[in-house]
Design a binder for this molecule. Structure first.
Ligand SMILES: NC(=O)C1=CN([C@@H]2O[C@H](COP(=O)(O)OP(=O)(O)OC[C@H]3O[C@@H](n4cnc5c(N)ncnc54)[C@H](O)[C@@H]3O)[C@@H](O)[C@H]2O)C=CC1
Ligand SMILES: O=C(O)[C@@H]1CCC=N1
Length: 249
């Protein structure tokens, strides 16, 4: 995820000479970005923490002397207070991005208890090129955000896969089914984003009375099957976020 954010920052015009990536795994980084295995000397303006939540305790000691102005954490679950206790920084901002930030069409939720306007400005300016950016005042809601927009692309990809598989089972060549499924979801989402009515009304607009869409929607709606499945999916993801928070405390 750190790589996806970095790719977008560079594409948006950030100067790679100003960026140091710290990763002992030696991933590919954009040209001009300095890659190091351990934190270098010096105090960064912003330190973006993009390790797995389970690695926090192992990694935190190596960051103890970096003392950034703003620590931005994208770790699922892990709370601001936990981060502040383990990594010294002037301010901590939690961010929950998602994978489409790579093309500037992601969602980034932000949270901080800092009342320093400059900290908020720095976080907003950093995230602006990545997509839709919104502040979440109540940190407890971050578990829902992780489930919805953080994990959501994974759920959307499963739905696209299922649409394509369903069409292939009806005889459409698999590659064509995948192309059509992706373009259908992309177009439907773009129209919804541009519309002054909600998705329920749009679904009804697609469904001609007595037609094919209604026949399909009846299957999704029977016993609220789709709603239940999606609610259970998001609940499981949010529960896992809470577990990660607890384990990191
Ligand atoms: N994958 C996603 O779509 C999203 C992930 N996140 C968060 O991003 C974080 C990373 O997740 P992924 O990118 O999926 O995992 P990943 O395993 O792909 O990336 C983790 C990176 O951390 C590096 N790393 C390991 N030990 C390190 C150390 N000691 N110091 C510095 N870097 C080290 C690894 O080499 C790797 O490049 C997690 O906290 C996750 O909750 C948040 C939103 C979305
Ligand atoms: O699966 C995960 O834990 C991360 C956080 C949100 C999306 N991916």
């Amino acid at each position: 995820m750190g790589g996806a954010m970095l790719a977008r920052w560079i594409a948006d015009g950030a100067d790679p000479a100003n960026i140091v990536a710290i990763d002992p795994g030696a991933p590919d980084v954009p040209a001009g970005v300095t890659l190091v295995a351990a934190p270098p000397e010096g105090r960064p303006d912003v330190l973006v923490l993009a390790i797995k939540p389970q690695l926090l305790d192992a990694v935190a000691p190596s960051l103890a002397s970096t003392n950034p102005d703003v620590l931005v954490s994208i770790l699922a679950g892990v709370e601001e207070a936990t981060l502040a206790a383990k990594i010294p920084a002037r301010a901590v901002v939690r961010a929950m991005p998602n994978l489409p930030v790579a093309i500037g069409r992601g969602v980034v939720a932000l949270h901080t208890t800092s009342d320093d306007a400059r900290v908020r400005d720095v976080a907003e300016a950093l995230m602006a090129p990545l997509g839709l950016v919104e502040w979440i005042a109540d940190e407890a809601l971050f578990h829902a955000v992780v489930a919805l927009s953080g994990s959501g692309p994974g759920f959307a990809y499963r739905f696209i896969e299922a649409m394509a598989a369903g069409a292939a089972a009806l005889g459409l060549p698999a590659a064509m089914a995948e192309r059509f499924a992706i373009a259908t979801v992309e177009g439907a989402a773009a129209l919804a984003a541009d519309s002054d009515v909600g998705p329920a009304v749009l679904a009804d607009r697609v469904a001609s009375p007595g037609g094919t869409t209604r026949a399909g929607l009846d299957v999704l709606d029977h016993g609220a099957a789709m709603r239940r499945l999606v609610a259970d999916t998001l609940t499981a993801a949010a529960r896992r976020s809470a577990e990660l928070a607890e384990a990191a405390r």
